[in-house]
Write a protein that binds this ligand. Structure first.
Ligand SMILES: Nc1ncnc2c1ncn2[C@@H]1O[C@H](COP(=O)(O)OP(=O)(O)OP(=O)(O)O)[C@@H](O)[C@H]1O
Length: 238
């Protein structure tokens, strides 16, 4: 399946009585890469969780590939092409790497796991290790690979670099760039490592208290020092 464009209109969502996202609208063309930035607690995770169907919908709509998925449950959204890689790194600790990958196949032939090993050669080396024996970086690779095996047309990555050593971050970002180049997925990346996100993305939004406070290209953001300082709390980007 080719990458699916993402269209979000007037989206508001939250948890129980709490409103977090307010009137978020965005449009990501098929195969494009959107970075979602913002300080802690501004609603980045909530935006991805809302796209995946895991929060309380208050208003607005979400469509991928022209199909309205707003009313669909998480599992149905996955069938429509939404791949969600949560911040918590969903790995089955008592299954081996290979068994974890089998879970992601969703009816595809077993040989398809070669795609995961091609993308993340470290996983091939660790195929017989248990999920619980993996480093944080390897768990992130496994969690991402499992999602990719389901052939999503929209991939949602929530802070994949959190807590990882720089060398592993580079490895992961290189794998994401390879995925993006293949053009089979539209990718939305939430990341606190601003420079890595800007190097990867072709468009950026910055959230502030659940609303889009800024949007533009990575180049525009890097040049806009006052926005970077005000909305991201850092002195500047290189
Ligand atoms: N399950 C929940 N129930 C109630 N409120 C929540 C829940 N999860 C998050 N929130 C609140 O929603 C707001 C946005 O949180 P969210 O995790 O989306 O922010 P974030 O930008 O991803 O932050 P971080 O960078 O720290 O992960 C915060 O005020 C948070 O306290």
């Amino acid at each position: 399946m080719p990458a699916a464009p993402l269209e979000v209109t007037g989206l508001s969502a939250g948890y129980g009585p709490t409103r977090v996202l307010e009137d978020v609208s965005l449009s990501v063309p098929a195969g494009a890469r959107l970075a979602v930035l913002g300080r802690n607690g501004m609603g980045k995770t909530t935006l991805l969780a809302t796209l995946a169907g895991l929060t309380r919908h208050i208003g607005g709509s979400i469509s991928i590939g022209g199909a309205d998925i707003t009313g669909l449950a998480t599992a149905q959204r996955a069938l429509k092409g939404v791949g969600y890689v949560p911040q918590a790194r969903w790995v089955f600790p008592t299954l081996t790497v290979e068994e974890n990958l089998f879970v992601g196949l969703k009816g595809r032939p077993r040989e398809a796991i070669a795609e995961a090993y091609w993308m993340f050669p470290r996983l091939a080396e660790r195929r017989r290790n248990l999920g619980s024996q993996l480093s944080g970086g390897e768990q992130q690779m496994l969690s991402t690979a499992r999602s990719i095996l389901g052939q999503p047309t929209l991939l949602l990555l929530d802070e994949p670099l959190e807590g990882l050593a720089p060398v592993i971050c580079d490895e992961l970002m290189a794998a994401f760039a390879t995925l993006a180049k293949q053009g089979d997925m539209t990718i939305v990346l939430v990341e606190q490592r601003i420079q890595s996100a800007l190097d990867f993305a072709d468009q950026v939004i910055v959230l502030e208290r659940g609303r889009i406070a800024w949007r533009g290209t990575p180049q525009e953001l890097a040049a806009d020092h006052s926005t970077v300082e005000r909305l991201l709390g850092v002195g500047g980007l290189h």
